[in-house]
Ligand binder design. Structure first.
Ligand SMILES: Nc1nc2c(c(=O)[nH]1)N[C@H]1C(S)=C(S)[C@@H](COP(=O)(O)O)O[C@H]1N2
Ligand SMILES: [Mo]
Length: 313
């Protein structure tokens, strides 16, 4: 059996949010009592997605080899289904991703609704091997298929008033049992500053390992921003809006002191309850150092010139 950090078994986000809701006395006790329930349902998915899955690449640009397909597709964060990482794949197996439309509007000249098929035909997905660093300190190296978000934004043409991009996940409690938990403010929402959204590394992903995304990884389309913590990578997107005000992200709304808007990977800024200095690649045993901006500093640090990244975490 693989050795797993307690921090990885405990769904950190849930633990924290419950604590937050338990405002005041007894919070810690309540949080601890919740642990056994959180650990339940740990069955690894019987999925055959990986049997004929194949990436073009074998490693990222730094030489890190790809995380195994079975790990990427059986160890997930997707609270719309469950807080159990290994429970997501079996619970999302029959999630319906067709038909699917994404409506893009707000402060744009040409608002429009697209099917995923239209997007994929218009912007042929290319393979991008990126590191994914979760705020819980685990990481993966993922061969995504996707296209630059900038391609889509250029087509709808943000107006000069647009400063941020706001993304929303589908709301479908009948298919997503986690959305029946009313202690969360569904649907999941995320946001980027317009220049972050236009950056060439930012993609909308529609596949992994050479195949369309399986449900557990955010089918049919999800955001990927490799220099940010994984919670920015919003899954199963149905709505994108260009807006003037900074959007309030799902996790920021729940715990603003712990999940900031920027969420840039930063080993020098600890999460209030744990260090962000190191991480564990899923499938490997030893911890490695976390890199500033997740190793993409050369390309993205300039976006934050002059900003205090401790203040703006
Ligand atoms: N809609 C939605 N998107 C989400 C999440 C979620 O719970 N719901 N979890 C986020 C978190 S915390 C992480 S680390 C990544 C995990 O992506 P993966 O399961 O494909 O590895 O998805 C992100 N996107
Ligand atoms: Mo995460």
């Amino acid at each position: 059996m693989e050795k797993i950090d307690p921090s990885e078994i405990t769904p950190e986000h849930l633990y924290l949010s419950r604590r937050e809701f338990m405002a005041g006395a007894g919070a810690l006790v309540a949080g601890v009592l919740l642990l056994p329930a959180c650990k339940g349902g740990g069955q690894v998915a019987q999925n055959d997605f990986c049997t004929d899955a194949k990436a073009q690449s074998t490693a990222d640009e730094l030489g890190n080899k790809l995380t195994a397909c079975k790990d990427i597709t059986s160890y997930n964060n997707y609270y719309e289904f469950t807080t159990s990482k290994t429970g997501v794949a079996p619970l999302s197996k029959n999630f319906k991703t067709e038909p699917w439309t994404i409506t893009i509007g707000g402060l744009v000249d040409h608002p429009r609704t697209y099917t995923v098929e239209e997007l994929v035909n218009k912007f042929p997905p290319e393979e991008r091997v990126y590191r994914l660093r979760c705020v819980e300190t685990w990481s993966m190296v993922v061969p995504w298929l996707g296209f630059p978000l900038a391609s889509l934004l250029n087509e709808v043409r943000p107006t000069s008033k647009a400063k941020f991009v706001r993304f929303e996940t589908i709301m479908d409690p009948a298919q997503m049992p986690g959305q029946k938990d009313r202690s969360y403010d569904w649907p999941y929402v995320e946001g980027l500053r317009l220049d972050e959204a236009m950056h060439r590394l930012t993609i909308l992903a529609t596949g992994i390992y050479g195949k369309p995304l399986p449900p557990q990884d955010g089918a049919p389309i999800r955001l990927v921003v490799p220099w940010k913590y994984g919670f920015k990578y919003i899954k199963s997107i149905v709505k994108i809006d260009l807006v003037e005000e900074m959007p309030v992200s799902f996790w920021t709304k729940i715990i603003p002191s712990e999940y900031g808007f920027y969420a840039n990977v930063n080993p020098a800024v600890s999460h209030p309850r744990w260090s962000q200095a190191t991480e564990r690649r899923i499938g490997e045993l030893t911890r490695i150092n976390t890199l500033p901006f997740n190793g993409y500093a050369d390309e993205v640090a300039g976006l934050y010139a002059g900003m205090d990244l401790k203040e703006n975490f």
